[in-house]
Design a protein around this ligand. Structure first.
Ligand SMILES: C[S@@+](CC[C@H](N)C(=O)[O-])C[C@H]1O[C@@H](n2cnc3c(N)ncnc32)[C@H](O)[C@@H]1O
Length: 233
């Protein structure tokens, strides 16, 4: 019998923010697959769950931090091949993913690739996790939306006029993947007179957790990939 693939949301960084179901699934799985951006670096997801997976077989999967579609596709195919073979051997495999699996997770590419690559219908289960912006809002003690307010969660658009449109439309905007576009974001905020409306949070839930409302002070800094901005009107 084929094994089951579980996508487990491991939350933003603090092991205590895993759900009971996530911990049970990790403990019961035969193999834990952990994504990483660079072969030589540690997997952040693995660091979060290390206390729950002692003695387990670990499958490290490298998904390069690139926009090159061919390179990405190759990494999804390789990962799907490795996971598919384990499932065919009857192993239950967890794919550990940061935050929640439904929000910008590699898991979704992996799932489609697996379904294309293997005609068998593997059973897949998704275990939700606490996403990074909920954890950041808790850290800041900041309500994301109240009453009839609306909010958007977006991957920072490269296009500044699109970013301005989004900032104009919503009461709260959560910008993810800000590290590459911080200067453009600051320019937009300044043009809109909103330079003091942002909250920067990086590595939320980890030992390196950092937050600041002094955005101008961050300009020119090398920002961590695990950084976001919450902007409130
Ligand atoms: C690929 S998305 C993954 C989002 C994740 N699935 C979630 O539910 O939060 C990665 C982006 O999420 C944000 N992020 C994830 N973890 C974070 C953390 N611990 N602290 C701050 N931002 C984080 C950053 O904006 C990062 O660039």
């Amino acid at each position: 019998m084929n094994g089951t693939l579980y996508a487990v949301g491991v939350g933003p960084g603090e092991p205590e923010l895993l759900t009971l179901k996530a911990v049970r699934t990790l403990k019961e799985a035969h193999v834990i697959a952990v994504p990483k951006g660079y072969a030589e670096k540690e997997s952040v997801a693995q660091l979060i769950i290390e206390h729950f997976i002692e003695g387990k077989d670990i499958l490290e999967l490298v998904f390069p931090m690139t926009d090159n579609k061919e390179v990405l596709k190759k990494s999804w195919q390789e990962a799907a091949g490795k996971i598919g073979r384990l499932l065919k051997e009857g192993k239950n495999v967890v794919f550990a993913t940061l935050g929640d699996p439904s929000l910008y997770s590699t898991f979704n590419y992996l799932k489609s690739t697996l379904q294309q690559q293997f005609p068998d219908h593997f059973t897949i289960e998704i275990i939700p996790g606490i996403n990074s912006f909920s954890a950041a809002a808790s850290l800041l003690q900041l309500p994301l939306a109240e009453g009839s307010q609306n909010m958007a969660v977006v991957s920072t658009p490269q296009n500044t006029s699109r970013l301005k449109d989004i900032l104009g439309l919503f009461d709260t905007v959560v910008l993810l993947k800000v590290h590459r576009y911080f200067e453009q974001i600051m320019e937009c905020l300044s043009d809109l007179g909103m330079e003091n409306n942002g909250y920067f949070v990086s590595r939320c839930g980890s030992k390196e957790e950092y937050c600041s409302q002094d955005l101008e002070n961050l300009a020119g800094e090398k920002l961590d990939y695990l950084s976001m901005l919450i902007i409130k009107k």
